[in-house]
Ligand binder design. Structure first.
Ligand SMILES: [Zn+2]
Length: 121
């Protein structure tokens, strides 16, 4: 989801740049950031798939395993502890990121962590 106006504020100035301009696109405070400026962001919907190995009861069928993790009482927050691999390196070899679509206001509301209109400029 894009927003219409990206007005340069003091947020975009950096100590190594001029105090009255965006460090990245050099637009003046009060003007719009250039269309290619990295300060301009949009919200998108992403899927992150984690391929992992875990143990399940030997007697469970494939659909039992999926039921347990998709519709059972198991909480997906448990994944946070399950993916910590302190001695086995980072997750990069096991994660696939996929762009799904541009975010909508409903997507931003459901996820609740980022709204394009609240980003600093
Ligand atoms: Zn800028």
């Amino acid at each position: 989801m894009k927003r219409k106006d990206w007005i340069v504020t003091e947020y975009a100035a950096r100590p190594a740049g001029k105090p009255n301009r965006c460090f990245y696109c050099h637009s003046l405070i009060g003007e719009s950031h250039a269309s290619e400026c990295v300060i301009r962001n949009r919200t998108v919907v992403m899927d992150f798939t984690i391929r992992m190995v875990m143990d399940v009861p030997e007697s469970w069928k494939d659909e039992d395993v999926e039921f347990r993790y998709n519709k059972g009482s198991w909480c997906a927050d448990n994944l946070i502890e399950m993916i910590v691999r302190e001695e086995d390196g980072c997750l990069c070899p096991h994660v696939q990121a996929k762009f799904v679509r541009e975010a909508t206001p409903d997507d931003e509301e459901k996820w609740g962590l980022v709204r394009v209109d609240d980003l600093q400029s």
